[in-house]
Write a protein that binds this ligand. Sequence first.
Ligand code: 2DT
Ligand code: MG
Length: 211
Amino acid sequence: YSTMSANRGKLIVFEGCDRSGKSTQCAKLIERLRKEGHKAELLKFPDRTTSIGLMINNYLANNVDQRDEVIHLLFSANRWEGMQKMTNLLLGGTHLVVDRYAYSGIAYSAAKGMDLQWCRQPDIGLTKPDKVIYMTLNRDKASERADFGGERYEKKEFQAKVEKIFEQLQDPTYWQVVNGEGTIEDVHENVFNVVSPVVSSDCGPLKKLWT
Ligand code: 2DT
Ligand code: MG
């Protein structure tokens, strides 16, 4: 695979609080990349289709409780179990658009009061995104959007804490903030203006997070 790294796909991650428009924009971006002739796949974390993902789903749906440490490690394990597939796709030239990643893992756990450095440890070594699109949205507007309040964590006060941690995690060397307010089309144009130069540039070999 190493000889293909010059033409490798790029890892584009969307992050942000609940109902900030991430999933809608991920879908729009995939559609746009494909229309422009790129190979592109959409991934989402948590991936609720695996057996670990099923445990996470039961926790989020409030069907079961877990110690904070346990659910944190399950979220991380859920990313690690996707790593081989992600690496293969990237090295094969497919761009990946990923709805949430390790930053959500840290932000939601640390917002409960867990130690941020402890929370970061299990995700050290995951493939590093080429770009993180951090979507912001006024919290009152977010909670007015459909379905808010259905799952664990979907509470205004908790989301405010999550947002604070996301702000601490922002790394201007590869993060770009995109305002989620405005029409889907307008936000998409802003997203695409950020992503377009990334997919057409040589980002070098795949890197690892926080190493
Ligand atoms: P979705 O609504 O996007 O399915 O997310 N979460 C997510 C964590 O607490 N840790 C993680 O590592 C990840 C990826 C964010 C479901 C909820 O799970 C939270 C919202
Ligand atoms: Mg959700």
